[in-house]
Write a protein that binds this ligand. Sequence first.
Ligand code: PRP
Ligand code: URA
Length: 210
Amino acid sequence: MDRKVVIFDHPLIQHKLSILRNTETSTKDFRELVNEIAMLMTFEATRDLPTEDIRVQTPCGVADCKQIAGRKLAFVPILRAGLGMVDGCLKLVPSARVGHIGLYRNEKTLQPVEYYCKLPKDIEERDVFVVDPMLATGGSAIDAISQIKLRKPRSIKFLCLIAAPEGLEALEKAHPDVDIYAAGLDSYLNENGYIVPGLGDAGDRIFGTK
Ligand code: PRP
Ligand code: URA
């Protein structure tokens, strides 16, 4: 099956992303919007979950319906900014498990430095959604996905709010089997590895640390 790269053009997502980018947006609103966009993205990213037929007794008769056919999901945020997306994802799939991958970018080399990895025990049975608001050079996402692949999950998808062309290309090349969902695709990376126009430092804006 061909891999999927989805750049969202839905008006609700575009509208929320515009507010998110604005420097005037408060930490509280930023946090809420990150979760709302993550929830909308999860709706699309789970579109191919298999369903099975069921019959349901309604007050007026019997309805032929569908239910999700026993797939197990896990959301894996890349710490720390990815944490900001988890509640939004879980709103749609409350029974999903959550793993964590701790990585930060060395500010000089821009290389990811790993400091934590805790994944659900039964990850081999799960479809994994790796979440991180920013795909800049792609180093963090590539590294996180490589770590998760060692544990052999059923499948992996990657969800981010903003991607840089450089990161998208690098991730596509490194993990050609991973579907990628981005709420927006921006212009380029600046000399400090920040996405332009982007939204600044996602972690700092979610947690109010700057
Ligand atoms: C940010 C972001 C990604 C990474 C993207 O995290 O949340 O994880 O940078 O950059 P890359 O594509 O060039 O690897 P950061 O390292 O700032 O850590 P934080 O989440 O702890 O703020
Ligand atoms: N990490 C961020 O938080 N923002 C960027 O623009 C790039 C990496």
